[in-house]
Design a protein around this ligand. Structure first.
Ligand code: IMP
Ligand code: MG
Length: 182
């Protein structure tokens, strides 16, 4: 007989209202910082898609968007330390003010890799916006320009963030407590 799947416990860390308020503030700040300019947002698939779709509607500028995708985590909750591009941008970013939009900054490997790749394409400027930042686990020095929330070093899901492709649809951001051994 197949053993029953052990339960995965969710504990709310950031409620939808707090996320909404913070995303609105970030949108205002970005609007003020780029006043009078055109802006291009680059979302990192798939985790940042929900954050990006809320953020872009809080930016009162002429703004365009594109997506890029990388593989690093696979089906595990730990970083493999390897990053590779799995989907490139559709359009050139040369001469554009760009912001790379991420869901979470953990070791920094993903953003450091993407900054390197994107800077080679000569944007006018490249900033980084991340909804969440785990300050404790950095291995690469990455200084994001916009941070939604600093969070403790725990595995979180919801509002775009997944565990093995699940939980992206949660409105709140929750800590996922996995059964021992995973
Ligand atoms: P980094 O390369 O270690 O900075 O990790 C960045 C990527 O790892 C993010 O884009 C997420 O896809 C994933 N990640 C890191 N921490 C978490 C987490 O707590 N929950 C879900 N995904 C995470
Ligand atoms: Mg991601």
């Amino acid at each position: 007989m197949k053993p029953a799947r052990e339960p995965e416990h969710l504990r709310t860390l950031l409620r939808r209202n707090a996320i909404e308020r913070r995303v609105r503030q970030l949108g205002r700040q970005i609007t003020a910082d780029f006043r009078g300019q055109r802006l291009h947002l680059i979302g990192v698939l798939k985790g940042a898609s929900i954050f990006l779709s809320d953020l872009i509607r809080e930016i009162r500028l002429e703004v365009s968007l594109d997506f890029i995708a990388v593989a690093s985590y696979g089906q595990s909750s730990r970083s493999s330390g390897q990053v590779r591009l799995t989907k490139d941008l559709d359009n050139s970013i040369e001469g554009l003010h760009t912001i790379l939009v991420e869901d979470i900054l953990d070791t920094g490997l993903t953003i450091a890799y993407l900054q390197r790749v994107l800077l080679q394409r000569k944007p006018r400027s490249l900033r980084v916006a991340t909804l969440l930042s785990k300050a404790a686990t950095r291995v690469k020095q990455v200084r994001p320009d916009y941070v939604g929330f600093e969070i403790p070093n725990e595995f979180v899901v919801g509002y775009g963030l997944d565990y093995a492709e699940r939980y992206r649809n949660l409105r709140d951001i929750c800590v996922l407590q996995l059964p021992a051994g995973r």
